[in-house]
Design a protein. Structure first.
Length: 420
């Protein structure tokens, strides 16, 4: 298992290129199940979760191959030879549940392992299943697996989601592209990744309108065809490096970063005393004055993203005054708190809220990564801390961030990866 050794106290200056979005790329790979032709994706991030999704597609009979040796371009296609998504892959990565809708729509049956719990909460999939049942699927749960069948194909219907779930909206949107008639998804998730997925599906011949709003309409078609699509840039990776720039009092240009995808995060940065501007194709982040405490609540898009909560908490741990962060999306997403406190932060958790009392400085310590975003919050803290921080269990980070140490070191950070 790899570790990171970080020596803090150096402001970050320079440029970082933001990669393709993990949370868009995973679903776009899955979209390859909806056609017998090849789907070519560009700007694919080189991260472990994408490798896991490729393994799952291989299990279904598809291939996802690099084009001309370029790992950022994948050609997805082939015949579906198995409609089963086994436990060993689904338990590794929850996004695997997204094959359920496409397999059911295309092959009229699917057997997908239930994902079970994960580090940041129980995360049920009831909304995915209820929505597919509304489209006519017969679903039973047996031996830890979801067995879904639609012998006569799915039929369009009106689905009202009680919560704007990202995954459920995507699963249902993909399934509905091949259903008979019109599907409406009401209270749909509005994340920019939804728009990216809909754009790709439409390029494949789907008829989707309203993606990005809370009301999506899909007119089913007989078949989808191949297409080429560029994966949007990763707004969470961008926001994460912005926190690193801000905590070190640095100045970074984040190439590919788009302020319009980070509205609530940019507002929080500005309130905290961090300057964020769009300069052509780059988002520039700099801080010259003091950091101020801010109150934040995570919400579905366009609210403040839960995937930025841990990183922002690290930033606020050294801000003047007190801050409060309330987590409304996941019930157990404060696992970074005890680790940040070991580095000298003063954070108390009360139910779903954390009170952060700003301290003058953090001190390096051995800390442990617990999940993807929590891991990066410890790097952010380590970049500002006096002395050495040793972050273990870096594999959590490798799931979703590409070349972290290379990107940070190029901007002046003292960070190295060591093998255990
Ligand atoms: C996606 C993102 C994840 C992000 C999250 C919220 C991917 C691969 N992952 O996860 O990074 O943190 O959106 O922005 O894109 N829920 C139910 N029943 C369901 C589905 C969800 O109760 O059937 C609950 C979950 O337990 C959770 C909340 O709804 O508390 C949000 O989940 P959801 O929006 O579905 O997130 P994911 O798609 O899992």
């Amino acid at each position: 298992m790899d570790k990171f050794i970080i020596r803090g106290g150096r402001p970050l200056h320079g440029e970082i290129t933001i990669g393709g979005a993990k949370n868009a790329g995973l679903k776009l790979l899955v979209a390859g199940l909806l056609t017998s032709e090849r789907l070519v994706l560009t700007n694919v991030p080189h991260i472990a979760d994408i490798a896991t999704m490729r393994a799952l597609l291989t299990q279904h009979g598809l291939s996802a191959e690099a084009v001309n040796g370029d790992k950022t371009t994948l050609s997805v296609g082939g015949d579906i030879t198995s409609t089963e998504a086994p436990y060993d892959i689904v338990s590794k990565m929850r996004a695997s549940i997204l094959v359920l809708g496409p397999l059911l729509a295309r092959c009229r049956e699917a057997r997908v392992s239930l994902p079970g719990g994960c580090a940041i909460g129980t995360r049920p999939v009831d909304l995915h299943l209820k929505g597919l049942e509304t489209l006519g699927a017969k679903i039973t749960l047996e031996n830890g697996y979801i067995n879904a069948r639609a012998p006569n194909g799915l039929v369009g219907e009106r689905i009202v989601l009680p919560f704007a779930s990202v995954g459920a909206t995507e699963n249902l949107m993909m399934a509905a592209t091949l259903a008979k008639g019109r599907t409406e998804i009401v209270n749909a998730a509005r994340e920019p990744e939804m728009v990216d997925l809909a754009n790709c599906l439409n390029a494949m011949g789907a008829k989707i309108t309203g993606a990005g709003s809370g009301h999506i309409m899909i007119d089913g078609v007989e078949a989808l065809h191949g297409a080429q699509h560029r994966i949007m840039s990763d707004r969470i990776e961008c926001g994460t490096y912005a926190c690193a720039a801000a905590i070190t009092g640095g100045d970074l240009r984040l190439i590919g970063g788009q302020i319009e995808h980070l509205g609530a995060v940019v507002r929080a940065f500005e309130e905290a005393g961090v300057e964020v501007t769009q300069e052509g194709d780059a988002m520039r982040v700099r801080r010259t004055g003091a950091l101020r405490g801010v109150d934040i609540m995570t919400e579905p898009y366009p609210g403040f993203p839960t995937d930025m909560q841990a990183q922002f908490m690290a930033l606020l741990s050294v801000a003047e005054g007190a801050s409060m962060i309330t987590e409304t999306i996941f019930e157990n997403r404060f696992m970074h708190v005890p680790e940040l406190n070991r580095m000298g932060a003063r954070i108390n958790v009360h139910g779903s809220s954390a009170i952060i009392r700003g301290v003058h400085g953090l001190s390096g310590a051995p800390v442990m990564a617990t999940d993807l975003r929590a891991s990066f919050s410890l790097i952010i803290a380590g970049l500002a801390a006096h002395g050495e921080t040793i972050l273990s269990r870096v594999y959590h980070l490798d799931r979703g961030y590409e070349a972290v140490e290379r990107k940070l070191a190029a901007c002046g950070a003292a960070i190295e990866r060591v093998k255990d």
